[in-house]
Design a protein around this ligand. Structure first.
Ligand code: ZN
Length: 404
């Protein structure tokens, strides 16, 4: 692979012959850098400051209110920057972050994340989604703030229709989001049906609206948990509509595994959407980190390799083809959802790459090593090395250093 400036300009045997600053990748795995297309950088790392709650989505949203009132731009900026740094170290160079837009935090989350994006512009590309976490009708004033957020430079229109209190309000929420998308000529990335209740069906409202307005290939629906609990007839119908509307599905198993099914006994629902059926139908499915140590999820470290591994467990991904699908879900699939035209290990693409100390993707997934090198736009932006030693007691003195 030959890099010139920020681009890949050649791929193939011998293409880098004679280049002075060549990197020997033999025996290791060169991948395009990961993309995290569904993360909430405004909320990251606040977990220790929150009261405990019942573990549900509603419990988490409520627990964050008090902390959200105290957000400052610098506070959000510092936390977001820390997670962007970690994401880059672990091989992710593009992120698309939801930022709460509501009457509690105003535009502070957006301003903080946009400031972090500027701070990190040399190591990663961060885009923002204006996300009305508290609803649009439930939170009077949020719509005007959404307009202000888009005017201030938020890249994408978010939404959360299932959070409204009745079906008519959900439909209105969807309509309002598409109005904003049309007016500002933006893509949409909405939180859709993040609930166990199979009767909640805003995904179909979103798909119908996208089809009616011709917003094809410009919508991403996140979470979509209730689809798993819905009846098969509805599921087949709405999956067909998603396919026709070119809707991407951002499944976030890492968080939904702990958020959903909290009221269940015995067989506990785990909140993962119908990944197998969406995949079989040909819908673009991606995995997101969603949360890093916030009110929703106590774990997460900006590792899409970890996200792929946990998601593989949740979605029963075990064959070679399944594991390729898991790789696609943290690389090509989010690139499609974000409509990137310069992604991948191919001539002409931006040189966002990572070198993993594993001979294959299944081994990288199993062993979870940090990449030894990460490049963003052709520049080396992170390096890691891990040194471990095992001291065998059966053969005194025998040590085996392992350099990764
Ligand atoms: Zn989310």
């Amino acid at each position: 692979m030959l890099i010139d400036g920020d681009r890949i300009v050649g791929v193939g045997r011998g293409v880098a012959a004679g280049v002075a600053d060549a990197v020997d990748c033999a025996g290791r795995l060169l991948l395009p850098a990961f993309i995290d297309a569904h993360v909430h950088l405004d909320k990251v790392l606040i977990r220790d400051e929150l009261r405990e709650h019942d573990g549900t989505l509603a419990g988490a949203i409520g627990a964050i209110h008090e902390r959200k009132r105290r957000y400052t731009v610098d506070d959000v900026r510092a936390r977001a920057t820390a997670v962007i740094d970690e994401s880059v170290r672990l091989g992710t160079t593009r992120l698309r972050s939801h930022v709460d837009v509501d009457t509690i935090g105003g535009l502070t989350p957006l301003e903080g994340v946009m400031a972090a994006a500027r701070d990190c512009a040399g190591i990663a590309e961060v885009r923002t989604i204006a996300f009305p976490q508290e609803g649009l009708l439930r939170d009077p004033g949020a719509y005007a703030l959404m307009e202000a957020a888009l005017e201030a430079g938020a890249d994408v229109v978010g939404g959360m229709p299932h959070w409204e209190l009745d079906e008519a309000s959900q439909r209105e929420h969807v309509r309002l989001c598409f109005d904003l998308a049309e007016r500002f000529d933006r893509d949409l990335d909405m939180h859709v049906d993040e609930t166990d209740d199979g009767g909640v069906r805003t995904l179909e409202m979103v798909a119908d609206e996208a089809l009616a307005r011709g917003w094809i290939g410009r919508v991403c629906a996140g979470h979509v948990c209730s689809l798993a609990a819905a009846d098969h007839e509805y599921a087949e119908r709405v999956i067909g509509k998603c396919l026709r509307a070119g809707i991407s599905i951002a499944s976030n198993p890492v968080t939904n595994l702990v958020l959903q099914g909290r009221g269940d006994r015995g067989l506990v629902r785990r909140g993962t959407t119908r990944i197998g059926e969406l995949r079989a139908a040909g819908v673009n499915v991606l995995f997101g980190q969603d949360c890093v140590k916030d009110g929703f999820y106590p774990f997460g470290r900006g590792s899409m390799l970890e996200v792929a591994l946990i998601s593989a467990h949740a979605a029963h991904l075990t064959t070679r083809e399944d594991l390729d699908f898991a790789l696609r879900a943290v690389t090509e699939a989010p690139a499609v959802a974000m409509r990137l035209d310069d992604y991948g290990l191919r001539e002409g693409a931006r040189a966002d790459m990572q070198l993993l100390p594993a001979p294959s993707w299944p081994e990288a997934l199993r062993l979870q090593p940090p990449p030894v090198k990460v490049w963003f736009a052709g520049r080396l932006v992170a390096e890691s090395s891990v040194r471990s030693e095992v001291y065998r007691t059966t053969r005194p003195g025998a040590t085996r250093p392992i350099d990764a």
